[in-house]
Design a protein around this ligand. Structure first.
Ligand code: WQD
Length: 340
């Protein structure tokens, strides 16, 4: 089974390629490398023991995208990761996000129609829930107005797919990620961001001395310790969910051709608890200060992940300690390679 992974040079894409290869899938990758190099893809090939043809194509260019499908008419499934994902960048430059994230999706869906690709898995986000009233959120929890143009591109993307699925015989699954963190246990791949915005890479960069201190964005929230609560999930668990989603479709277990799944651990963890978990695992006392709240942050969100457990047979295997341990191992590996 040949699977096209878009954005396969990125953090979640490369980890998913590892899981696909380990489960016997053949993989090709489209990635324009506008936000990543090829290092993670090469690392995924090393871990998975297979080469992955890489087409450096911008999905916003329909002709270039179409040409890849003509070279691979037997693509059985698509996992679509390629998108810009910075919340603050999307606020500063909304049109860049609407054009990139939506035009690429429309072009890809046009190819799905023309080449009759039967299975399509879309990378969505828990940001579609906004500040949910009831926790944990299920897939039926009403969506709130997106907090950012980035989150809005995910909501609109889901609606575009829903409209296409309504008159299509092809099958679509949306996976709503909570907070993917950590790295492959081999230490060969992980999150590569010079100036990350997300909590865990900022923790590890602070701990290794790349940053003087971490700022906790507010400790006056109505949570058990005043800091925001999130659902952190290991990137390899997220990766495995994509393989399980494809297998679910291949085995025609889906009852609708448009299904949504939450991908979270089901556990809520506060920022201060995440810091404590990191300190416990690394033995490093993290230098952090309490700062003002960050605009756009939701107070608390975590997943009810039972639908993916029951229907996909997906059960997260990595603990919060594993997430912190692998993230720290990766940061140490990066430092060692920079020293070479
Ligand atoms: C987590 C918590 C911060 C940095 C974002 C996107 C979401 C998804 C995942 C793509 C929050 C706090 C962070 C820091 C801090 N991305 N924090 N100090 O905002 O939950 O979700 O990434 O799909 O769409 O919005 O993740 O890691 O940025 O923040 O206190 O220096 O850590 O306030 O409570 P977030 P995050």
């Amino acid at each position: 089974m040949k699977i096209l992974v878009t954005g396969g040079c990125g953090y979640i894409g490369a980890h998913t390629i590892v899981d696909l290869l380990e489960n016997g899938f053949e993989v090709i990758c489209i990635d324009d490398n506008s936000r990543s190099g090829t290092g993670l893809l090469r690392g995924a090939e090393t871990i998975g023991g297979c080469s992955v043809p890489h087409y450096r194509v911008n999905l916003c260019n329909f002709e270039d995208t179409y040409r890849v499908f003509t070279q691979h008419p037997q693509i059985s499934g698509i996992i679509h990761f390629a998108a810009y994902k910075s919340v603050p960048e999307s606020v500063a430059n909304p049109l860049l996000y609407y054009r990139n994230n939506l035009q690429s999706l429309v072009n890809l869906l046009q190819c799905v129609q023309e080449f009759r690709v039967p299975y399509f898995v879309f990378s969505s986000s828990c940001s579609v829930y906004g500040n949910a009233v009831h926790l944990p959120v299920t897939e039926e929890t009403p969506l709130q107005k997106a907090e950012s143009p980035y989150g809005n591109t995910k909501q609109i993307g889901e609606e575009i797919i829903a409209d296409v699925a309504r008159t299509s015989k092809d099958n679509f699954i949306l996976l709503r990620y909570f907070n993917p963190v950590g790295a492959h246990p081999s230490g060969l791949i992980g999150e590569l961001q010079e100036t990350p915005e997300n909590l865990v890479p900022l923790i590890t960069q602070t701990a290794i001395g790349k940053r003087p201190a971490l700022t906790v964005f507010g400790n006056d929230y109505p949570t058990r310790d005043g800091s925001c609560l999130r659902d952190y999930i290991h990137v390899m668990d997220i990766a495995n969910a994509h393989t399980k989603a494809l297998q679910y479709l291949l085995e025609q277990k889906n009852t609708s051709n448009y299904e949504v799944f939450n991908l979270g651990s089901g556990n809520g963890v506060t920022v201060l608890e995440a810091i404590a978990a990191f300190e416990q695992v690394s033995g490093v006392a993290l230098n952090y200060v309490i700062g003002p709240r960050r605009a756009g942050d939701v107070v608390a969100i975590y997943a009810n992940n039972q639908k993916a457990a029951h229907l996909l047979g997906w059960h997260p295997r990595y603990s919060l300690a594993d997430m912190m341990r692998t993230a720290w191992q990766w940061e140490l590996k990066l430092k060692a390679s920079e020293a070479e």
